[in-house]
Design a protein around this ligand. Structure first.
Ligand SMILES: [Cu+2]
Length: 342
């Protein structure tokens, strides 16, 4: 649907967008109200208290505690409503629900590369189902980009060497703009695409129509064996020289400096590209770095493989979403990757 004019706000197509808009209009409303109030009172006083003759000396003003209290307390309360409301929307946006389906995003000058956990790849397009929670795990191969879907009111930088996440639940089928919102070099303005929100059944058809590709977990398992990771990190610890990887994702790991850390995406990525940074308690600094040997996409695939080595698979929602499209279940991946499988 093309309109000849630029709409005042983008279409509203996620569970978050109405909340962001309500907050936005509240802020605009408060601002407009006080702008008009101040302007009106100012105009009135300018006329009412204008100097009427050249020698007029105004009555001295001693101040008023009552007045000062009122004009401090009322703005304080208004500012706190903005803070509390804003914080509530912020927390909702930045805490992805645990049951969200994960999709990997890698930014690159000048395109968005996307991979679904079932293997489908897309460039500058993101197909998502309406009514399901989606979590994007995002990084970049080169400079800072910024993933922005105005219709969903979500936007986050992607930063080299880091994972950032966004989550959303689309509420309306349609095709929406996808932008890079961080100037990233010559063709930044061309780093655009579409988000296609499909009804769940259509989405499942789309997934199964594109199911010839390897899932990231399977691709990750291949990289894992090509690079010889298994000789030290048997999935169940049989390599012996490195920590066991089975079930490690999301768990607390104790380090040799006495601290402990949750084995999340960031920690696992760091342990591959900079293995000496945080050594697991009981293991020596013997692992070489794999910096430069694995691309960001491959790192995400290794991550998907390590995540799949769980007894309880957090991707359950994604698998249920498209049973026909899953070439290999994580349980099978883990069976192939680990002789000492449960
Ligand atoms: Cu960019």
């Amino acid at each position: 649907m093309q309109t000849p004019w630029i709409p005042f706000i983008p279409p509203s197509a996620s569970t978050l967008s109405g909340k962001v808009d309500a907050l936005y209009f509240y802020l605009v409303g408060v601002t407009v109200f006080f702008t008009l109030l101040i302007w009106g009172v100012l105009s009135y006083f300018v006329i009412k208290y204008r100097r009427r003759n050249t020698y007029e000396i105004p009555r001295p003003v001693a101040g008023s505690h009552k007045l000062e209290t009122i004009w401090s307390v009322i703005p304080f309360i208004i500012a706190m409503t903005m803070f509390a409301w804003g914080a509530q929307v912020f927390f909702e946006q930045w805490r992805p629900p645990a049951n969200a389906v994960e999709i990997y995003v890698v930014g690159k000058q000048w395109m968005w590369k996307i991979q679904h956990t079932t293997g489908q790849r897309e460039i500058n397009e993101l197909h998502v189902p309406v009514g399901r929670k989606i979590k994007l795990i995002m990084t970049t191969e080169d400079v800072i980009h910024d993933f922005f879907i105005p219709a969903f009111r979500i936007k986050a930088d992607v930063v080299p060497g880091r994972y950032t996440t966004l989550w959303f639940e689309a509420t309306k089928a349609g095709r929406y703009h996808l932008f890079c919102a961080e100037y990233c070099g010559m063709n930044h303005s061309g780093m655009i695409g579409s988000v296609v929100a499909l009804e769940p059944t259509e989405f499942d058809d789309w997934l199964s129509g594109n199911s010839s590709q390897q899932s990231p977990a399977v691709a990750g398992q291949q990289i894992y064996s090509t690079l010889g990771c298994v000789s030290c990190h048997g999935a169940a610890g049989e390599g012996g020289r490195g920590p066991a990887l089975e079930g490690i994702f999301g768990k607390q790991v104790s380090l040799n400096n006495g601290q402990s850390i949750i084995a999340d995406e960031a920690y696992i990525r760091e342990s591959i590209v900079n293995p000496q940074a945080k050594l697991v308690n009981g293991f020596g600094p013997i692992m070489p770095t794999f910096q430069g040997q694995v691309s960001e996409e491959q790192l995400l695939q290794i991550l998907a493989f390590i995540k799949s080595l769980q007894s309880e698979v957090p991707q359950a929602a994604g698998r249920r979403a498209s049973p026909a499209a899953v070439p290999t279940s994580p349980a099978q991946v883990s069976a192939a990757g680990s002789p000492a499988n449960r």
